[in-house]
Design a protein around this ligand. Structure first.
Ligand code: DAH
Length: 346
C-alpha cells in the first residue's frame, strides 16, 4: 500500500524520466509515443498515479494531487517545446520535394534596340569599321555649322533643338561625331558611331524626345558613289538576308551632296514556305560627304572623298519585329521586353 510521500517521490522520478525521454525523442512519432507513455489517459504512467489517489488517506490526497498536476504541466510543456523545435528543424527538409522541376534562374536579356544595334555593329565590323563616339552635349558648331548647316536653317531652330545654354545643346543627331573623328584621325576613316540624340519632339507612336542613332562615315582617297551604294547594299543583305535589295531616293541633307534616302525591300518567307517581297521601307539617310564638311574638319577635300549615313535602330527594330508603336520600347513592360530575352518569359 503506497503512502503520500512515496507517491510524490515516484512522481518526481517519473518527471525526470519523462523529461529525458522527451529530450531524446528525435522525430514527431517518437515524441508522440513519449506523450502517450507518460500522459496517455488510459495507460499513461503519470495519469496512473492520479488514478491511485482514491486509495490514499484523504489527508494525503491534496499534496499528491498538487504534485501530480505540477508534473503533468511540466512534462506537457516540455513535450510541446520539443515538438516545436523538431518541427522547426525538419520543416524545410520535409517540404523538399526532389522530384519537382527546378526553378530556372532568370537571366534577363538585352533590350530589343540593343539587339538591333549589336547586329548592325556586327555587320559593319565585319566590313572593317571601328567604333567612334562623341559627347551628347555639343556645341552649335559641331552639331550644325561644321556640318554645313547654317544656324538659320530650320533644323537649328529652338523649336526643334534642346539648348542647354548659349550655343551648347543636346546633339540632335550623331553627325557631329563625323567632325570629331576627322579632326582626330587622318583618313582612311571607316567608323560607326552609335549614341543618344535629343529633339524637342512630342512623345507619340513614332517620336521620342531621346532616341538612338547610328552614324556611319567612310573617308579615303578615291571613295566614290559605287563604294557608297555597294557598302549599303552589302549591309542590307547581311542584315536582312541575301535577297534584300536597296533603292536610293534623291533627298537633301546639308552635309551630303548628293543626298539620298535609302529604302530596303526584303524577301520574307510565309508560313507555307513560299516567299514574298515586302514594300520598300525607308531605313536611313545618307550621301556623299559634302566637301565643305571635310574642309571644316581640316581634311583636304581635294584629296579625299567619302560617304556617310545615319539610321535609327528603333525604327529598324520596329521593322524587324513588326512593332507599330515606338513607345512600347520605352515603357519597360516586362511582358513586351521578355519576348526578346533568351528565356522568353517574364
Ligand atoms: N543626321 C541625319 C538626321 O539626323 C541623318 C543622316 C542623314 C546622317 C544623312 C548622315 C547622312 O550621315 O549622310 O536626320
Amino acid at each position: 500500500m503506497s503512502d503520500g510521500p512515496s507517491l510524490i517521490r515516484d512522481l518526481e522520478a517519473l518527471e525526470q524520466e519523462a523529461l529525458e525521454a522527451t529530450a531524446d525523442a528525435t522525430d514527431p512519432d517518437d515524441l508522440e509515443a513519449v506523450r502517450i507513455r507518460f500522459l496517455g489517459r488510459k495507460d499513461g504512467r503519470i495519469s496512473g498515479v492520479l488514478r491511485g489517489l482514491g486509495g490514499l488517506d484523504h489527508t494525503e490526497r491534496p499534496a499528491v494531487g498538487a504534485a501530480a498536476n505540477r508534473v503533468k504541466g511540466v512534462v506537457s510543456a516540455a513535450l510541446d517545446a520539443r515538438a516545436a523545435s523538431l518541427a522547426a528543424e525538419s520543416g524545410p527538409d520535409s517540404a523538399l520535394d526532389l522530384s519537382l522541376p527546378g526553378r530556372r534562374a532568370w537571366a534577363g536579356g538585352k533590350h530589343p534596340i540593343t539587339l538591333v544595334l549589336d547586329e548592325i555593329w556586327e555587320v559593319f565590323r565585319s566590313m572593317g569599321f571601328t567604333r567612334a563616339r562623341g559627347p551628347e552635349a555639343e556645341t552649335e558648331w559641331y552639331n550644325f555649322e561644321a556640318l554645313n548647316t547654317p544656324l538659320d536653317h530650320p533644323a537649328a531652330d529652338e523649336q526643334d533643338t534642346l539648348y542647354l545654354e548659349d550655343s551648347v545643346l543636346l546633339r540632335s543627331h550623331t553627325s557631329p561625331v563625323q567632325i570629331r573623328t576627322l579632326q582626330n584621325h587622318a583618313p582612311p576613316v571607316r567608323i560607326l558611331a552609335p549614341g543618344w540624340v535629343y529633339r524637342r519632339d512630342t512623345y507619340d507612336a513614332t517620336h521620342t524626345p531621346a532616341f538612338m542613332q547610328v552614324e556611319g562615315l567612310v573617308v579615303d582617297e578615291g571613295v566614290d558613289f559605287v563604294d557608297f551604294k555597294a557598302t549599303l547594299a552589302e549591309f542590307a543583305r547581311r542584315f536582312w538576308g541575301p535577297g534584300t535589295r536597296i533603292r536610293l531616293r534623291p533627298s537633301f541633307f546639308p552635309f551630303t551632296e548628293p543626298s539620298a534616302e535609302v529604302d530596303v525591300k526584303r524577301v520574307i518567307t510565309l508560313p507555307d514556305g513560299s516567299t514574298r517581297e515586302t514594300d520598300w521601307l525607308e531605313i536611313m539617310g545618307a550621301g556623299m560627304v559634302d566637301p565643305a564638311v571635310l574642309d571644316a574638319a581640316g581634311v583636304d577635300s581635294e584629296r579625299y572623298t567619302g560617304f556617310a549615313f545615319g539610321m535609327g535602330p528603333a525604327r529598324i527594330a520596329m521593322l524587324k519585329y513588326g512593332v507599330t508603336d515606338l513607345r512600347t520600347f520605352f515603357e519597360n513592360d516586362m511582358r513586351f521586353l521578355a519576348q526578346f530575352a533568351p528565356g522568353g518569359e517574364a
